[in-house]
Design a protein around this ligand. Structure first.
Ligand code: PLP
Length: 406
């Protein structure tokens, strides 16, 4: 398919507004994406037509809502090619998915002295949950280091893995550097030693095709709000063989089979991990976001965004004193940079007044900032609706900001 950018932009009316009397350029997609009319309509439809609580349906409204909700589980299964729908758990987001695995896997499999390998380029949400459980269990976090170019030093893995290693946790795509990590290779290395791997896919599934069976991932997590879907919805994919062994993460309604004061038995997966009323309408509308990504096609999205990345990178390299962090050969549409000694916040604030939304700061990746010995970066991150014209506007604004601050 040819990439119909006009059609795609027409799905996002929010993009055609002016901000501070300037056309909006939204380059903060790694933080969260804008929502298309398909998702907004789906949210409204559910509330207007048949909203009810799900699963224990005793009436038409609840029945229809349950069907709508469960249909999205099938969509997610197909989207990442999971082996079965029971392997798809709905959560609040990647953060909750990571906490779920850390708490449940940790409870079951970690003992004093156990080791978990976590990469140095992780978002805090894939570091802190492991630290919490490690503290509780007397386990240890072992760092998989990055290199100056922003790539994981996967060659060190055979040295880092030992008889105490219980899990490896790594991001598929870095939210700061854009690096696409060789997770298939990491998973293969881990599996030779029967070690499971948790993949943080928060910055991957909206940009590149993901097939969890082909990757042989044990756990894979992502967030709907970064995929043009609603906030407060996330996914944890887990291999059946793991999910069946893990204890529940939270207790409450829906996750039980029978409760007495003496003893409680639990539901089968996935419901064992879905305590309480979930974000019903959010999940239902997430289905519309997945449809949209599949209509455009992940291969097309990947090619379009790669083109934007190359164009923006070559233009940025023309600015004197600008340094890009993350120059791995395989990158998604994320560029982090600094200019001279100028503080990223100052550039971000000026860009904002020129209508350009970028993210500045540590990007919830403090260990990576420490590695580069910097306070933060300016980050431009692209989505399906961005264009080279917007990159030109961004470049003009950036040059003006630099002049003003120098
Ligand atoms: N992991 C990565 C790589 C991220 O970029 C983010 C958010 O920016 C998260 C995890 C956390 O996602 P959420 O806040 O949706 O749970």
């Amino acid at each position: 398919m040819s990439y119909d950018i006009q059609k795609i932009r027409s799905w996002f009316p929010v993009l055609s507004q002016q901000v501070f009397n300037k056309p909006l350029v939204y380059f903060d997609n790694a933080a969260s994406t804008q929502k298309p009319v398909q998702v907004l309509n789906a949210l409204q439809k559910l509330h207007n037509e048949f909203y009810g609580n799900i699963h224990r349906a005793a009436h038409y409204m609840a029945d229809k809502t349950t069907l709508e909700f469960e249909a999205v589980r099938d969509k997610v299964k197909d989207f990442i090619n999971a082996g079965s729908r029971e392997e798809i758990i709905f959560t609040k987001g990647t953060t909750e998915s990571a906490n779920l695995v850390a708490a449940s896997y940790g409870e079951q499999f970690l003992t004093r002295g156990s080791e978990i390998i976590v990469s140095e380029m992780e978002h805090h949400s894939n570091i802190v949950p492991w630290q919490l459980v490690a503290l509780n269990k007397g386990a240890k976090i072992v760092k998989l280091p990055v290199s100056e170019s922003g790539e994981l030093q996967t060659g060190l893995l055979p040295e880092l893995i030992n008889s105490k290693t219980r899990l490896i946790s790594v991001t598929h795509v870095s939210n700061v550097l854009g690096t696409i990590n060789p997770i298939k290779q990491i998973i293969e290395t881990a599996h030779v030693r029967n070690i499971p791997v948790f993949i943080d896919g928060a910055q991957a599934v909206q940009h590149i095709p993901v097939d969890v069976q082909e990757l042989d991932a044990d756990f894979y997590a992502f967030s709907a709000h970064k995929m043009y879907g609603p906030n407060g919805v996330g996914v944890l994919y887990g291999k059946k063989k793991w999910l069946e062994q893990l204890p529940p993460y939270q207790g409450g309604g829906e996750m039980i089979s029978e409760v007495t004061f003496e003893k409680t038995t639990f539901s089968e997966i996935p419901f064992k991990f879905e305590a309480g009323t979930p974000n019903i309408t959010g999940v239902a509308a997430f289905g519309a976001a997945i449809d949209l990504l599949q209509e455009i096609g992940l291969d097309n999205i990947s090619a379009w965004e790669h083109d934007l990345l190359e164009y923006a990178t070559s233009r940025l390299k023309g600015i004197n004193g600008l340094k890009i962090f993350g120059e791995a050969p395989k990158k998604s549409g994320v560029i982090s940079f600094l200019i001279d000694e100028i503080h990223p916040f100052d550039i971000g604030a000026l860009l904002d007044k020129m209508g350009v939304a970028v993210r500045t700061g540590h990007h919830c990746a403090d260990p990576l900032m420490k590695f580069y010995n910097i306070p933060g970066t300016i980050r431009a991150s692209f989505g399906i609706y961005n264009t080279k014209d917007e990159i030109d506007l961004f470049m003009d604004s950036l040059k003006r900001a630099k002049e003003l601050l120098n």
